[in-house]
Design a protein around this ligand. Structure first.
Ligand code: ADP
Length: 544
């Protein structure tokens, strides 16, 4: 027997329709690339998104065609997203921080027909444009007055381009399982692989992400997505904020601590989200200038492990709740979030931090398991770790054009490449990337745990731990440290600080100090580059 409910397809542009109908006056505020703050509303965003869709159709863009955006978070970028979706086309967010060769590879692999971009990236694109084979036109997110002279093919100012149509247009009809968006994984090994979201997966993921135990969004919130649209769908915020009538504050190109603080303060932001490196800059600015965050209620931190010291600072010094979350491009992207369940809400300060340091429990629509290398399931006891695998309607079942082959196990689970343990309450803790874990004498040492402990030392700005080959133990940990500006750290003092906080055999065999630790395009520590740099490093213990 079938249900007798309507087939109301879960397509993304219904989100902006709802926002315009129910929350039409809610604001979208942007620090524009040209400089000034620009304010608009969901009603206006929808109107102009219809123009984008109509204009794309006029340019011959058909359902399923890919339209690239390489742009900061701005109101124009948001309009473009909904316009592309409403034309039945597929937005392809391109991360400008990728190497030029990777940019060329992914734009060609996705066969993008149009590239929409910011003034910032015009010089970069001019350098590689002759290799972007399928791009027919470049739309620059600006107006006539700011349009630069450029060699980019058929380049046009966005405002001029959409002014050529009247906006009397109906969204192009697509099915909920049709492709909506694309984002390539950063491909630390091999070529980047294309993740293809459907309308349905985006809508379901955004519904799940907005729930009270995850982002907890409502029309009373003002949300600042520092995490870019090109980093895994800005963790759902371009959908989940309008869906719930939350206002958006878009930071444009300025993501430094001073600029972000200005926006948080001036526009009374209540919820924000970004990777830990962004928050390191913000916290440094707050501390140096003795600033407060009276309006901010919650901060979502993910993309890499959030250090305990960061959670503590936000909560104890500024009264801002941290939600530590984990996910990946292949998961739309949120997989888990660290809201405090009633069972742990009464715990004392340190015990609560123990829970919050974990990456949280799976959100509705995500199922997870941990297995050994042979695929045998491991218990949820908070100790036993294994490969973390996930399934759900927002999880990839294949990469674009079949790259990487069959990526699911017999039960339909996707191997995340992360190593984790899960406790009895369902809280998951990432102990490492499978390829970064340090294998010492047949046992595993978590590089992430050591890094998080090291950054709790007052003069440490950033820490990375890699495994260095060792004649007796296979590998031993090397601790790589960036000291805070103007500070000098004695190796012995730092090691003493770690003593007793980890098992003896986890203690780093050596510490080196560097000026900078390299990061990937999505803000993660580039372990591969570090391993390369310290390839010939000889640990003092290697001679023992
Ligand atoms: P990339 O394209 O750089 O891989 P993703 O955002 O897809 O970008 O990266 C996903 C990976 O990031 C995860 O598999 C995990 O290793 C890491 N990650 C994400 N969030 C966290 C977190 N809160 N703690 C630890 N690692 C995380």
């Amino acid at each position: 027997m079938l249900g007798l409910m309507q087939d109301w397809s879960l397509v993304c542009h219904r989100i902006i329709d709802h926002a315009a109908i129910q929350y039409g006056k809610r604001k979208v505020i942007t620090r524009s690339i040209e400089g000034p703050i620009v304010e608009t509303t969901y009603t206006e965003i929808r109107k102009r998104a219809l123009k984008v869709a109509q204009r794309l159709a006029k340019d011959g863009i058909k359902p399923g065609d890919r339209v690239a955006t390489m742009a900061w978070n701005t109101w124009r970028h948001l309009e473009a997203w909904y316009g592309i979706l409403g034309a039945g086309a597929v937005y392809h967010t391109v991360n400008p921080r990728l190497f030029p060769d990777q940019l060329i590879y992914i734009v060609n692999h996705a066969e993008d027909r149009v590239m929409m971009t910011d003034l910032t990236f015009v010089p970069l694109l001019e350098k590689i444009a002759d290799k972007l084979l399928k791009i027919e036109r470049y739309v620059i997110f600006t107006d006539q007055a700011h349009m630069p002279a450029t060699t980019l093919k058929n380049a046009v100012a966005y405002e001029d381009w959409i002014a050529e149509v009247d906006g009397k247009f109906k969204w192009v009809e697509v099915g909920e399982n049709d492709a909506a968006g694309m984002c390539y994984t950063s491909g630390t090994t091999g070529n980047p692989k294309g993740v293809v979201y459907s309308h349905r997966s985006n809508v379901l993921h955004s519904l799940a992400a907005a729930m009270p135990d995850v982002l907890g969004l409502s029309s009373h919130d003002v949300v600042l997505p520092v995490v870019p649209l090109f980093h895994a769908n800005s963790w759902s915020l371009a959908f989940s904020a309008p869906m719930n009538g939350a206002s958006l504050v878009m930071p444009g190109a300025k993501l430094d601590g001073v600029s972000i603080y200005e926006l948080l303060d001036k526009f009374k932001v209540t919820v924000t989200a970004a990777v830990p490196t962004v928050w390191m800059m913000l916290l440094a600015n707050l501390e140096q200038n003795n600033l407060k965050l009276p309006h901010l209620k919650r901060v979502l931190i993910g993309g890499s492990a959030c250090p305990r010291a960061m959670i503590e600072k936000f909560q104890d010094n500024y009264g801002v709740r941290v939600t530590h979350a984990w996910g990946m491009t292949e998961m739309s992207p949120i997989g888990t979030a660290g809201f405090l369940k009633p069972e742990v809400a009464h715990l004392g300060h340190e015990d609560q931090l123990d829970v919050q340091e974990k990456q949280g429990f799976s959100i509705f629509t995500v199922e997870m398991k941990i297995t050994d290398d042979k695929g045998k399931e491991m218990p949820w006891d908070g100790k036993t770790f294994g490969r973390l695998k996930v399934r759900g309607p927002g999880v990839s079942k294949a990469y674009y054009k079949g790259e990487g082959g069959d990526i699911l196990d017999a039960e339909g689970y996707f191997d995340t490449g992360d190593v984790a343990h899960i406790d009895e309450l369902g809280y998951m803790k990432i102990t490492d990337r499978a390829k970064d874990v340090i294998k010492s004498g047949g046992e595993w040492i978590s590089s992430i745990d050591l890094e998080n402990l090291a950054v709790a030392y007052p003069d440490v700005a950033e820490a990375a731990v890699i495994g260095i080959p060792h004649p007796k133990w296979d590998e031993r940990p090397l601790l790589i440290i960036v000291a805070k500006q103007g500070k000098k750290i004695a190796k012995g003092d730092l090691l003493k600080f770690l003593e007793g906080k980890v098992a003896k055999w986890w203690m780093p065999d050596d510490v080196v100090f560097v000026d900078e630790i390299p990061h990937t395009a999505t803000g993660k520590i580039q372990k591969m580059t570090l391993r390369e740099k310290f390839r010939d490093y000889r640990l003092p213990t290697a001679a023992e």
